[in-house]
Design a protein around this ligand. Structure first.
Ligand code: TRP
Length: 459
C-alpha cells in the first residue's frame, strides 16, 4: 500500500485546518447571522461557544485522527471498535452531501468574480436568473470542483498544505485591504457601531442556538474532517496549541469579515439583516457605486476572496471521502480523487437545478406541518448540515468519553504536549467531553430536527 502523506510543518497543518474552517460560513453567512442576531451580542456568543464547546470536540477529532492515522471510517475500526465505524461512515456520507451543494454556491462566488471583472455590475439584479442558468452556473461549478480535485490529487503536503499556505495569507491581505477601503465610505462608522456595540435585547433562544450551530459548522466539526487532517499530523506536534490556533484563526477571520462587510452595507443604507441574498444581490450595486475602475477592483477582489475561502473548505470536504477511498478500497490517490469528485459533482446536479431551473427540484418536497415546498438543495442542507453534523458530533463525544475513554484520549494528547498532564485544559476537556458536549449537541440535534422537519419551534 502507498505511504500515507503528512503535513510537513505545524504552520502548514494549522493553515490547512484553518482553511477548512474559514469558508463561505465565515464570509457569507457569519456577517448576516450577526445582522439578524443583534450585532455584537451574537459575536460574543459565537466566541464563547467556539471555546467552551467546539474546542474540546476539535481536540478529540484531531486526537482520534493522529492516534489511528486513518480516515474517519478506518479510525474507529483501527481503535478496535468496528461497530462504531458507522459514525465514520456517516461522516464520509455527510462530507459528500455537503460538498455536493457547497460547490454549487462556491460556483456562484467564482461566477460573480468573472462577471464583475468583466464589468457586469447588473449581476446583482440578475441573481435569480443567474442561478437558474444551468449551463453557466454548472460550468462555473465544474471549474470549481476541478480546481478542488487538482489540489487534493496532489496529496497532503504538495497539494492541500501548499495551497493553504498560499491562499490563507492572500485571503487575509484581501480582507484587510477591503476593510481599509470600506472604512473610507460614507456612514462606515454606523456599520462598525452596529457590529461592535451589543444589543442584548436581540438575543432570543433561537439566536443562541443559531450561534451554537454556526460555531460548530464554522469549525468544520462533526463529520471527521479534522480526524482526517489529524491523521496526517506528526506525533511531535502539540495538538492542544494547534487546536487553539485553528479556533483563533476561524474566529479572527469571521470577525474581520464583519469589519469589512458592515461599512459596505451601511454606506448604501441597506438593512443589515437582509439575509443570505445580501452578498449576491446587494453588494454588486455597492461596488458599482464606487465607479467603474474602483468597482471592478474592489468587487473583483471581494469575490476572489469569497472563492478562495470556499476553495480551502471544498478541499477539506473532498479530502474526507478521498482518504476513505484510498485507505479502505486501496485505490491510488489520483484516481480516487477524480472519481470521487466526479461522483459528487453528479450528486450535486439536482441541487444545481433546484434554484429555478427545474420546477420539480425547486419545489421538491414539503415537510410535516408545513405547505411551503423546499428545494432539493435545502433538503440536502437540512439533512447534512443541520442533522448529520450535530448527530455525528454527539456520537463522537459519547464514543470518546464512554467507549474509547479518557485515559486513551489523554495519552494521545500528551504526545507532543508535555505540559498537558494535570493542566486545567486536561480537566476542562474531560468535563466538556463527558457532559457539556453531549448535552449541547444532543439539544442542538433535537431542536434542529424538530424545527426543520416538523415545523416545531420550542422557543
Ligand atoms: N467550515 C466551513 C465554512 O465555514 C465549511 C466546511 C468545510 C465544513 N469543511 C467542513 C463544515 C466539514 C463541516 C464539516 O464554510
Amino acid at each position: 500500500m502507498a505511504k500515507r502523506g503528512n503535513f510537513s510543518s505545524k504552520i502548514g497543518f494549522v493553515a490547512a485546518a484553518a482553511g477548512s474552517a474559514v469558508g463561505l460560513g465565515n464570509i457569507w453567512k457569519f456577517p448576516f447571522e450577526v445582522g439578524k442576531g443583534g450585532g455584537a451580542a451574537f459575536l460574543v456568543m459565537y466566541l464563547i461557544f467556539c471555546f467552551i464547546f467546539c474546542f474540546p470536540v476539535l481536540v478529540t477529532e484531531l486526537a482520534i485522527g493522529r492516534k489511528t492515522g486513518k480516515n474517519p471510517d478506518g479510525a474507529f475500526k483501527s481503535l478496535g471498535f468496528r461497530n462504531w465505524s458507522f459514525v465514520g461512515k456517516l461522516g464520509v456520507i455527510t462530507g459528500v452531501l455537503i460538498l455536493s451543494f457547497y460547490n454549487v454556491v462556491a460556483g456562484w462566488a467564482f461566477g460573480y468574480f468573472v462577471e464583475i471583472v468583466c464589468g457586469n455590475f447588473e449581476i446583482g439584479g440578475q441573481f435569480t436568473d443567474f442561478i437558474k442558468d444551468v449551463v453557466k452556473v454548472g460550468g462555473y461549478g465544474l471549474i470549481f470542483m476541478a480546481a478542488t480535485a487538482l489540489i487534493v490529487s496532489r496529496g497532503v503536503s504538495s497539494g492541500i498544505e501548499r495551497a493553504a499556505k498560499i491562499l490563507m495569507p492572500v485571503l487575509i491581505i484581501i480582507i484587510v485591504s477591503l476593510i481599509v477601503y470600506s472604512l473610507t465610505l460614507p456612514n462606515a462608522m454606523k456599520g462598525i457601531e452596529f457590529y461592535l456595540i451589543p444589543n442584548f435585547s436581540a438575543i432570543t433562544p433561537e439566536v443562541v442556538y443559531t450561534a451554537l450551530s454556526h460555531a460548530f459548522f464554522s469549525l468544520s466539526l462533526g463529520m471527521g474532517a479534522l480526524i482526517t487532517y489529524g491523521s496526517y499530523v506528526s506525533k511531535s506536534e502539540n495538538l492542544i496549541t494547534s487546536a487553539a490556533l485553528i479556533t483563533l484563526a476561524d474566529i479572527g477571520i469571521a470577525f474581520i469579515a464583519g469589519l469589512m462587510m458592515f461599512p459596505f452595507v451601511f454606506s448604501q443604507g441597506i438593512a443589515p439583516d437582509g439575509g443570505a441574498g445580501l452578498i449576491f444581490i446587494t453588494l454588486p450595486g455597492v461596488f458599482e457605486s464606487l465607479g467603474s475602475v474602483t468597482g471592478v477592483i474592489v468587487g473583483g477582489l471581494f469575490f476572489l476572496l469569497l472563492s478562495f475561502a470556499a476553495l480551502t473548505s471544498t478541499v477539506s470536504l473532498l479530502e474526507v471521502p478521498v482518504s476513505y477511498t484510498v485507505d479502505e478500497h486501496n485505490i491510488p490517490r489520483k484516481k480516487a480523487t477524480w472519481l470521487v469528485a466526479l461522483v459528487i459533482y453528479i450528486i450535486g446536479i439536482p441541487s444545481l437545478l433546484s434554484n429555478g431551473a427545474s420546477g420539480f427540484f425547486s419545489s421538491f418536497i414539503s415537510y410535516f406541518g408545513s405547505d411551503a415546498p423546499k428545494s432539493f438543495m435545502t433538503v440536502v442542507e437540512d439533512f447534512s448540515i443541520n442533522t448529520f453534523l450535530p448527530l455525528g458530533g454527539l456520537l463522537m463525544s459519547i464514543f470518546v468519553a464512554y467507549v474509547w475513554k479518557k485515559e486513551n484520549l489523554n495519552k494521545e494528547l500528551e504526545t507532543g504536549a508535555p505540559n498537558f498532564k494535570g493542566s486545567f485544559v486536561e480537566k476542562y476537556i474531560d468535563v466538556a467531553i463527558r457532559y457539556i458536549c453531549p448535552i449541547f449537541l444532543g439539544a442542538l440535534f433535537i431542536l434542529t430536527v424538530l424545527e426543520k422537519f416538523f415545523s416545531v419551534s420550542i422557543f
